[in-house]
Design a protein around this ligand. Sequence first.
Ligand code: XMP
Length: 308
Amino acid sequence: MLDPSDFINESIQEIKNIIGDKKAIIALSGGVDSSVASVLTSTAIGDNLIAVFVDHGLLREGESDYVNKTFNDRLNLRTINAEEEFLNRLDGVSDPEEKRKIIGELFIRVFERVAEEEGAEFLVQGTIAPDWIESDGQIKSHHNIALPHGLVLEIVEPIRELYKDEVRVIGSKMGLPDEMVNRQPYPGPGLAVRVVGILTPEKISICRKANAIVEEEVKKEGLDATLWQYFAVLTDTKVTGVKGDIRDFGYLVVLRMVESIDAMTANVPELPWSMVKTISQRITAEIPEVTHVSLSVSDKPPSTIEFA
Ligand code: XMP
Protein backbone atom coordinates (compact mmCIF):
# COMPACT_ATOMS: atom_id res chain seq x y z
CA MET A 1 0.00 0.00 0.00
CA LEU A 2 1.00 3.58 -0.56
CA ASP A 3 1.76 5.80 2.37
CA PRO A 4 -1.62 6.03 4.21
CA SER A 5 -1.93 9.81 3.73
CA ASP A 6 -1.18 9.47 0.00
CA PHE A 7 -3.70 6.65 -0.28
CA ILE A 8 -6.39 8.76 1.41
CA ASN A 9 -5.69 11.82 -0.74
CA GLU A 10 -5.56 9.87 -3.99
CA SER A 11 -8.73 7.91 -3.16
CA ILE A 12 -10.65 11.05 -2.32
CA GLN A 13 -9.60 12.63 -5.61
CA GLU A 14 -10.53 9.50 -7.56
CA ILE A 15 -13.94 9.25 -5.87
CA LYS A 16 -14.61 12.92 -6.69
CA ASN A 17 -13.64 12.28 -10.31
CA ILE A 18 -15.95 9.28 -10.61
CA ILE A 19 -19.02 10.43 -8.67
CA GLY A 20 -18.75 14.20 -9.14
CA ASP A 21 -21.87 15.89 -7.77
CA LYS A 22 -24.14 12.87 -8.22
CA LYS A 23 -25.54 10.78 -5.40
CA ALA A 24 -24.28 7.46 -4.05
CA ILE A 25 -25.42 4.98 -1.46
CA ILE A 26 -23.46 2.52 0.65
CA ALA A 27 -24.64 -0.30 2.85
CA LEU A 28 -23.06 0.52 6.20
CA SER A 29 -22.92 -2.67 8.23
CA GLY A 30 -21.00 -1.31 11.19
CA GLY A 31 -18.02 -3.48 10.24
CA VAL A 32 -14.63 -1.95 9.58
CA ASP A 33 -14.64 -2.31 5.77
CA SER A 34 -17.93 -0.57 5.05
CA SER A 35 -17.18 2.00 7.74
CA VAL A 36 -13.86 2.98 6.19
CA ALA A 37 -15.31 3.00 2.66
CA SER A 38 -18.15 5.23 3.92
CA VAL A 39 -15.89 7.72 5.66
CA LEU A 40 -13.51 7.95 2.67
CA THR A 41 -16.38 8.49 0.25
CA SER A 42 -18.16 10.96 2.45
CA THR A 43 -14.96 12.98 2.80
CA ALA A 44 -14.93 13.15 -0.99
CA ILE A 45 -18.60 13.89 -1.77
CA GLY A 46 -20.14 14.91 1.58
CA ASP A 47 -23.85 14.38 2.09
CA ASN A 48 -24.28 13.12 -1.45
CA LEU A 49 -23.24 9.79 0.03
CA ILE A 50 -26.18 8.23 1.84
CA ALA A 51 -25.00 5.55 4.25
CA VAL A 52 -27.78 3.02 4.75
CA PHE A 53 -27.78 1.02 7.94
CA VAL A 54 -30.39 -1.74 7.95
CA ASP A 55 -31.68 -2.99 11.27
CA HIS A 56 -32.98 -6.41 10.26
CA GLY A 57 -33.78 -7.44 13.82
CA LEU A 58 -30.76 -9.77 13.86
CA LEU A 59 -28.21 -7.33 15.19
CA ARG A 60 -26.14 -7.61 18.33
CA GLU A 61 -27.28 -5.90 21.52
CA GLY A 62 -26.87 -2.13 21.26
CA GLU A 63 -25.60 -2.28 17.66
CA SER A 64 -28.00 0.23 16.17
CA ASP A 65 -27.20 2.76 18.91
CA TYR A 66 -23.47 2.11 18.49
CA VAL A 67 -23.54 2.70 14.74
CA ASN A 68 -25.68 5.81 15.12
CA LYS A 69 -23.48 7.20 17.88
CA THR A 70 -20.29 6.53 15.92
CA PHE A 71 -21.45 7.85 12.56
CA ASN A 72 -24.24 10.34 13.11
CA ASP A 73 -21.98 13.36 12.89
CA ARG A 74 -19.60 11.82 10.32
CA LEU A 75 -22.04 10.56 7.70
CA ASN A 76 -25.37 11.27 6.10
CA LEU A 77 -26.77 8.19 7.81
CA ARG A 78 -30.17 6.61 7.22
CA THR A 79 -31.15 3.84 9.58
CA ILE A 80 -33.86 1.64 8.13
CA ASN A 81 -35.87 -0.37 10.61
CA ALA A 82 -36.81 -3.46 8.65
CA GLU A 83 -37.15 -5.95 11.48
CA GLU A 84 -40.74 -6.87 10.71
CA GLU A 85 -40.09 -7.34 7.01
CA PHE A 86 -37.08 -9.62 7.63
CA LEU A 87 -38.51 -11.69 10.47
CA ASN A 88 -41.81 -12.22 8.65
CA ARG A 89 -40.01 -13.59 5.61
CA LEU A 90 -37.73 -15.77 7.77
CA ASP A 91 -40.60 -17.24 9.74
CA GLY A 92 -40.34 -21.04 9.84
CA VAL A 93 -37.07 -21.17 7.84
CA SER A 94 -34.40 -23.35 9.42
CA ASP A 95 -31.92 -24.08 6.62
CA PRO A 96 -28.89 -21.78 6.98
CA GLU A 97 -28.40 -21.21 3.25
CA GLU A 98 -32.10 -20.47 2.82
CA LYS A 99 -31.84 -17.91 5.63
CA ARG A 100 -28.82 -16.30 3.92
CA LYS A 101 -30.61 -16.19 0.58
CA ILE A 102 -33.72 -14.54 2.00
CA ILE A 103 -31.68 -12.00 3.96
CA GLY A 104 -29.54 -11.21 0.89
CA GLU A 105 -32.63 -10.64 -1.26
CA LEU A 106 -34.33 -8.44 1.33
CA PHE A 107 -31.17 -6.37 1.78
CA ILE A 108 -31.12 -5.67 -1.94
CA ARG A 109 -34.79 -4.77 -1.91
CA VAL A 110 -34.30 -2.30 0.93
CA PHE A 111 -31.32 -0.71 -0.84
CA GLU A 112 -33.15 -0.40 -4.09
CA ARG A 113 -35.97 1.39 -2.29
CA VAL A 114 -33.57 3.84 -0.67
CA ALA A 115 -31.55 4.34 -3.85
CA GLU A 116 -34.75 5.17 -5.76
CA GLU A 117 -35.94 7.58 -3.08
CA GLU A 118 -32.57 9.32 -2.96
CA GLY A 119 -31.95 9.36 -6.70
CA ALA A 120 -28.62 7.57 -6.28
CA GLU A 121 -26.61 6.60 -9.33
CA PHE A 122 -23.66 4.95 -7.61
CA LEU A 123 -23.31 2.08 -5.16
CA VAL A 124 -20.19 2.28 -3.00
CA GLN A 125 -18.98 -1.03 -1.61
CA GLY A 126 -16.44 -1.88 1.07
CA THR A 127 -14.95 -4.71 -0.98
CA ILE A 128 -11.36 -5.52 0.06
CA ALA A 129 -8.66 -7.53 -1.73
CA PRO A 130 -9.37 -11.00 -0.25
CA ASP A 131 -13.05 -10.65 -1.24
CA TRP A 132 -12.31 -10.58 -4.97
CA ILE A 133 -9.02 -12.45 -5.09
CA GLU A 134 -10.77 -15.48 -3.58
CA SER A 135 -13.94 -15.19 -5.61
CA ASP A 136 -13.24 -13.97 -9.12
CA GLY A 137 -9.63 -12.81 -9.20
CA GLN A 138 -10.58 -9.99 -11.54
CA ILE A 139 -8.40 -6.94 -11.87
CA LYS A 140 -10.18 -3.67 -11.18
CA SER A 141 -12.94 -3.04 -13.65
CA HIS A 142 -15.79 -0.59 -13.89
CA HIS A 143 -19.03 -2.43 -13.58
CA ASN A 144 -22.68 -1.82 -13.00
CA ILE A 145 -25.26 -3.65 -11.01
CA ALA A 146 -28.89 -3.99 -12.10
CA LEU A 147 -31.26 -4.18 -9.16
CA PRO A 148 -34.43 -6.30 -9.29
CA HIS A 149 -36.76 -3.42 -10.23
CA GLY A 150 -34.40 -2.33 -12.95
CA LEU A 151 -32.43 0.45 -11.25
CA VAL A 152 -28.84 0.35 -12.52
CA LEU A 153 -26.09 1.60 -10.23
CA GLU A 154 -22.42 2.02 -11.01
CA ILE A 155 -20.20 0.28 -8.47
CA VAL A 156 -17.38 2.16 -6.75
CA GLU A 157 -14.96 0.20 -4.55
CA PRO A 158 -12.55 2.62 -2.89
CA ILE A 159 -10.69 0.11 -0.69
CA ARG A 160 -10.63 -2.75 -3.19
CA GLU A 161 -6.84 -3.04 -3.22
CA LEU A 162 -6.42 -3.12 0.55
CA TYR A 163 -6.03 -5.95 3.04
CA LYS A 164 -7.74 -5.89 6.43
CA ASP A 165 -4.73 -4.57 8.36
CA GLU A 166 -4.36 -1.75 5.82
CA VAL A 167 -8.07 -0.91 6.07
CA ARG A 168 -7.59 -0.54 9.82
CA VAL A 169 -4.63 1.81 9.32
CA ILE A 170 -6.68 4.00 6.96
CA GLY A 171 -9.66 3.97 9.37
CA SER A 172 -7.48 5.14 12.26
CA LYS A 173 -5.84 7.77 10.12
CA MET A 174 -9.30 9.08 9.21
CA GLY A 175 -10.19 9.43 12.87
CA LEU A 176 -12.37 6.39 13.46
CA PRO A 177 -12.19 5.22 17.08
CA ASP A 178 -9.78 2.32 17.84
CA GLU A 179 -12.66 0.22 19.06
CA MET A 180 -14.37 0.54 15.69
CA VAL A 181 -11.36 -0.21 13.49
CA ASN A 182 -10.43 -3.25 15.58
CA ARG A 183 -13.94 -4.72 15.78
CA GLN A 184 -14.38 -8.44 15.31
CA PRO A 185 -16.05 -9.40 12.03
CA TYR A 186 -19.80 -9.88 12.28
CA PRO A 187 -21.66 -11.75 9.54
CA GLY A 188 -24.20 -9.83 7.45
CA PRO A 189 -27.03 -12.27 8.28
CA GLY A 190 -26.21 -11.65 11.94
CA LEU A 191 -27.93 -13.72 14.58
CA ALA A 192 -29.75 -15.68 11.86
CA VAL A 193 -26.60 -17.79 11.45
CA ARG A 194 -26.03 -18.04 15.20
CA VAL A 195 -29.47 -19.33 16.09
CA VAL A 196 -29.59 -22.92 14.89
CA GLY A 197 -32.97 -23.92 13.42
CA ILE A 198 -36.01 -21.72 13.03
CA LEU A 199 -35.88 -18.13 14.25
CA THR A 200 -38.32 -16.91 16.85
CA PRO A 201 -38.25 -13.60 18.73
CA GLU A 202 -37.51 -15.59 21.90
CA LYS A 203 -34.55 -17.48 20.40
CA ILE A 204 -33.11 -14.33 18.83
CA SER A 205 -33.37 -12.54 22.15
CA ILE A 206 -31.67 -15.39 24.06
CA CYS A 207 -28.82 -15.54 21.54
CA ARG A 208 -28.41 -11.74 21.66
CA LYS A 209 -28.21 -11.71 25.46
CA ALA A 210 -25.75 -14.62 25.59
CA ASN A 211 -23.63 -12.98 22.91
CA ALA A 212 -23.51 -9.71 24.86
CA ILE A 213 -22.21 -11.58 27.92
CA VAL A 214 -19.48 -13.27 25.84
CA GLU A 215 -18.39 -9.95 24.34
CA GLU A 216 -18.37 -8.23 27.73
CA GLU A 217 -16.28 -10.89 29.47
CA VAL A 218 -13.83 -11.32 26.58
CA LYS A 219 -13.23 -7.55 26.57
CA LYS A 220 -12.82 -7.53 30.36
CA GLU A 221 -10.11 -10.17 29.94
CA GLY A 222 -8.45 -8.11 27.18
CA LEU A 223 -8.78 -11.01 24.74
CA ASP A 224 -10.71 -8.95 22.18
CA ALA A 225 -7.31 -7.80 20.87
CA THR A 226 -6.14 -11.32 20.02
CA LEU A 227 -9.26 -13.32 19.27
CA TRP A 228 -10.54 -13.14 15.69
CA GLN A 229 -14.14 -13.79 16.70
CA TYR A 230 -15.91 -14.55 19.96
CA PHE A 231 -19.63 -15.14 20.23
CA ALA A 232 -22.46 -17.32 21.49
CA VAL A 233 -24.50 -19.77 19.46
CA LEU A 234 -28.00 -20.80 20.44
CA THR A 235 -28.50 -24.43 19.50
CA ASP A 236 -31.92 -25.98 19.01
CA THR A 237 -31.01 -28.68 21.52
CA LYS A 238 -32.84 -28.62 24.82
CA VAL A 239 -31.26 -30.22 27.86
CA THR A 240 -32.34 -30.95 31.39
CA GLY A 241 -30.96 -28.75 34.11
CA VAL A 242 -31.75 -27.82 37.65
CA LYS A 243 -32.32 -24.25 38.71
CA GLY A 244 -32.87 -23.66 42.38
CA ASP A 245 -34.41 -26.94 43.46
CA ILE A 246 -36.47 -27.32 40.36
CA ARG A 247 -35.70 -29.48 37.39
CA ASP A 248 -35.70 -27.45 34.23
CA PHE A 249 -35.58 -28.10 30.52
CA GLY A 250 -33.81 -25.34 28.66
CA TYR A 251 -31.54 -24.41 25.79
CA LEU A 252 -27.92 -25.38 25.17
CA VAL A 253 -25.68 -22.41 24.33
CA VAL A 254 -22.27 -22.96 22.75
CA LEU A 255 -19.36 -20.55 23.21
CA ARG A 256 -17.25 -20.07 20.09
CA MET A 257 -13.94 -18.21 20.38
CA VAL A 258 -11.31 -18.53 17.67
CA GLU A 259 -8.03 -17.11 16.50
CA SER A 260 -7.51 -16.57 12.78
CA ILE A 261 -5.67 -14.44 10.26
CA ASP A 262 -8.20 -14.39 7.44
CA ALA A 263 -11.09 -16.69 8.47
CA MET A 264 -9.96 -19.33 5.92
CA THR A 265 -8.62 -21.39 8.81
CA ALA A 266 -9.13 -20.84 12.52
CA ASN A 267 -8.06 -22.40 15.75
CA VAL A 268 -9.42 -22.46 19.26
CA PRO A 269 -6.70 -21.24 21.60
CA GLU A 270 -6.33 -22.16 25.25
CA LEU A 271 -8.66 -19.82 27.06
CA PRO A 272 -8.53 -18.60 30.65
CA TRP A 273 -10.68 -21.10 32.52
CA SER A 274 -11.96 -18.50 34.97
CA MET A 275 -13.33 -16.45 32.07
CA VAL A 276 -15.03 -19.48 30.51
CA LYS A 277 -16.62 -20.37 33.85
CA THR A 278 -17.74 -16.80 34.47
CA ILE A 279 -19.39 -16.63 31.05
CA SER A 280 -21.13 -19.95 31.65
CA GLN A 281 -22.34 -18.93 35.12
CA ARG A 282 -23.57 -15.57 33.92
CA ILE A 283 -25.46 -16.99 30.95
CA THR A 284 -27.32 -19.59 33.01
CA ALA A 285 -27.97 -17.09 35.83
CA GLU A 286 -29.06 -14.16 33.66
CA ILE A 287 -30.95 -16.00 30.94
CA PRO A 288 -33.64 -18.20 32.48
CA GLU A 289 -34.26 -20.15 29.25
CA VAL A 290 -30.69 -21.54 29.19
CA THR A 291 -29.78 -24.57 31.30
CA HIS A 292 -26.43 -25.56 29.82
CA VAL A 293 -23.37 -23.87 28.28
CA SER A 294 -20.65 -25.71 26.42
CA LEU A 295 -17.39 -24.61 24.81
CA SER A 296 -16.60 -25.37 21.19
CA VAL A 297 -13.04 -26.69 20.83
CA SER A 298 -13.13 -27.48 17.11
CA ASP A 299 -10.76 -25.77 14.70
CA LYS A 300 -11.54 -24.78 11.11
CA PRO A 301 -11.20 -27.10 9.26
CA PRO A 302 -13.02 -29.37 9.83
CA SER A 303 -15.58 -27.04 11.44
CA THR A 304 -16.57 -23.62 10.14
CA ILE A 305 -16.41 -20.57 12.39
CA GLU A 306 -20.15 -20.00 12.38
CA PHE A 307 -22.51 -22.79 13.39
CA ALA A 308 -25.18 -22.32 10.79
P1 XMP B 1 -17.27 -19.68 8.30
O1 XMP B 1 -18.42 -19.94 9.20
O2 XMP B 1 -17.59 -20.01 6.85
O3 XMP B 1 -17.03 -18.11 8.33
O4 XMP B 1 -15.99 -20.33 8.75
C1 XMP B 1 -15.90 -17.45 7.81
C2 XMP B 1 -16.06 -15.96 8.08
O5 XMP B 1 -17.15 -15.46 7.33
C3 XMP B 1 -18.17 -14.95 8.20
N1 XMP B 1 -19.43 -15.38 7.63
C4 XMP B 1 -20.26 -14.57 6.96
N2 XMP B 1 -20.18 -13.25 6.69
N3 XMP B 1 -22.25 -13.38 5.55
C5 XMP B 1 -21.20 -12.66 6.01
O6 XMP B 1 -21.15 -11.44 5.77
C6 XMP B 1 -22.40 -14.72 5.78
O7 XMP B 1 -23.38 -15.34 5.36
C7 XMP B 1 -21.35 -15.33 6.54
N4 XMP B 1 -21.15 -16.60 6.95
C8 XMP B 1 -19.97 -16.60 7.61
C9 XMP B 1 -17.88 -15.54 9.57
O8 XMP B 1 -18.38 -14.71 10.61
C10 XMP B 1 -16.38 -15.65 9.55
O9 XMP B 1 -15.77 -14.41 9.85
